[in-house]
Ligand binder design. Sequence first.
Ligand SMILES: NC(=O)c1ccc[n+]([C@@H]2O[C@H](COP(=O)([O-])OP(=O)(O)OC[C@H]3O[C@@H](n4cnc5c(N)ncnc54)[C@H](O)[C@@H]3O)[C@@H](O)[C@H]2O)c1
Length: 358
Amino acid sequence: MNDQKLRVGVVGLGFAGRTALEAFSELPDVEVVALAGLEKDVLTSLGEKHAIPHLYEKWEDLLETDGLEAVSIGTPTQLHAPIALKALEKGLHVLCEKPLARTVAEGTAMVEASKKAGKVLKVIFNHRERGDVAALKHQIDEGQLGRIYYAKAHWMRRNGIPGMGGWFTNRELSGGGPLIDLGVHILDLALHLLGEPSVSTVSANTFAELGPRGRGSNVPNANTLGSAFEVEDLATAYLRLEGGGALQLETSWATYRAPGDNFGIELFGTEGGAKIEVQNYTTVDTLRIFTDVGGVPAEVKPATGAGLGHRAVVQEFVKIVQSGDWAAHNGSEALLRTEVIDACYASAKAGREVVLNG
Ligand SMILES: NC(=O)c1ccc[n+]([C@@H]2O[C@H](COP(=O)([O-])OP(=O)(O)OC[C@H]3O[C@@H](n4cnc5c(N)ncnc54)[C@H](O)[C@@H]3O)[C@@H](O)[C@H]2O)c1
């Protein structure tokens, strides 16, 4: 390992930026040398808390910081591509929040820039790093479920539209609603657990029923009637997978259902099944494995740890950068997710199945 600390800049002061900042700050072999974001008071207080020498309002200025080696992007999604492209052009490594980008065109440009620069482009899929997901992945890799032929993944909220009227609900700034925001997480979980099958076709529907009427905000009693809501508030998709398997996705920011913010996945295999159900981000008692014991149906409830989430992704990013082995880490796996999400939007718009890898 280098004895010199990795010099990192963090862009964004919201949940994503702060989470990355905390994770980088606790690593002894990293120095956060720069921080950027538009909220001046937050910038000053985080800068003081973490003794960060360079504070900027704009990301463009952060990239000019002397000696910067890597940048972490936690901004609204429309800025992922511009920041990553400029950073890679300057020879910096990039850690980027999900989704990679708003569109395949943007994502492709980012992956190409990473390849050209020979620098790391890694996307934050933190839910893979939950303890229950890691335990289930281990079971699958050990063959406990046999061949998984069907999977269902969901992320459903009763009242969870983020920042109604802000960037999340503006199509130009976000690229879409819960499908690109939450759907990309559960798509990642599913493809990761299933061993990265390619997606042959997608057939999707999107709906916008509550948001446009000012309903479903994640801020209780907010007066949101008339707030701009340009994206879907519910999406469902059916994916045919290489090898004959199928995956169903269901995601919503707001819909009439039981209260809560719940995500999970169900897997159906030839030798066993499994279910992860996470209610309101709990990490306790979430995993079930279904099997037969002596010919009798049985259910196992493994006691899993919480996992490190974002911290694990940040640690992995630093490890990759320090390894010097960068070529394999160019964002192409994240781009596959963006291709599927893009195809889902195209399918919903056209009202028919879209072929990805026929
Ligand atoms: N992995 C996860 O679990 C997770 C959770 C939340 C958000 N996200 C992703 O993280 C990203 C940010 O989400 P958020 O909820 O933190 O958003 P947010 O709106 O809370 O924060 C965005 C930040 O970007 C900053 N910003 C905007 N324009 C800028 C500019 N020109 N220069 C410098 N800074 C600028 C803002 O000042 C703000 O601090 C999104 O892509 C989102 O999808 C991921």
